[in-house]
Design a binder for this molecule. Structure first.
Ligand SMILES: [Zn+2]
Ligand SMILES: [Zn+2]
Length: 241
């Protein structure tokens, strides 16, 4: 792909619609001001309200947003990308994937080989090779910046290559300061380019781990913000009608 410009997308960002620290306005402002990202996916836990708001506001910020959701399945977290309706929590991975595909979305298992995060590796019995093949996934999150398990990313990359799945990278940001620390590199600029890259398995998962501030904010929100707070409506001029 000589001459093609590669860009960065963070495909795993939480907002105050679940357990993130910031509302959509703060996230979009931060991304366009402080990061080189062309695309972000808002992937709140079992909610797409923030992602839909971000997609609606994105043109005002000259950024593109993928509507996503981090779905709590029976065997771990699954990123639903390019969806437009809520995917219910509590289903099996294959059933969840089926519902994502029925909407035209892509299914990417979040932090898939991490034994500390909510992944299939935390559930018993551990998935067999036949299970992995039967999940029907489109990709694996091969870089997640929140992971403390030192082998999780390399194992996820190896599984993705063996299973023929796309690689994604995401910060799993709960605080704006770590958005972009993990990201997906793809040829092109737009969400359409990103999607094409995921479908063609040309994307790369790149980045590092959260800094201390990322872990501190995540800890604080886990301890004190169990009930998601309804976000204030910022910047009324952005809400025509
Ligand atoms: Zn997760
Ligand atoms: Zn997450």
């Amino acid at each position: 792909m000589v001459g093609v410009v590669w860009n960065k997308a963070d495909l795993h960002v939480h907002s105050s619609y679940s357990d993130g620290s910031h509302d959509i306005h703060e996230i979009l402002t931060h991304v366009v001001t402080n990061t080189p990202l062309k695309v972000i996916a808002i992937t709140d836990h079992d909610s797409i309200a923030g992602a839909l708001e971000a997609q609606r506001l994105a043109p005002h910020y000259q950024i593109e947003v993928v509507v996503g959701e981090e779905v709590s399945t029976q065997r771990g977290h699954l990123l639903a990308l390019f969806i437009n309706k809520l995917i219910p929590a509590g289903l099996s991975i294959p059933e969840t994937v089926k519902r994502i595909h029925a909407q035209g979305g892509l299914a990417v298992l979040a932090h898939p080989l991490d034994r500390l995060c909510n992944s299939p590796m935390r559930h018993w019995p551990r998935p067999t090779w036949e299970d992995w093949l039967s999940f029907g996934l489109d990709g694996l999150e091969a870089l997640n910046s929140s992971q403390l398990d030192p082998r999780a990313s390399s194992r996820a990359r190896a599984y993705a290559h063996t299973l023929g799945l796309a690689l994604t990278g995401g910060s799993d940001a709960h605080h704006k300061g770590v958005i972009g620390m993990g990201h997906t590199l793809y040829p092109g600029t737009t969400t359409a380019d990103l999607r094409h890259s995921l479908e063609q398995k040309t994307s790369l998962a790149v980045g590092g781990r959260w800094n201390a501030r990322g872990y501190l904010h995540w800890l604080a929100s886990s301890l004190f913000l169990h009930a998601p707070q309804p976000p204030l409506r910022p910047a009324p001029w952005l809400y025509p009608g």
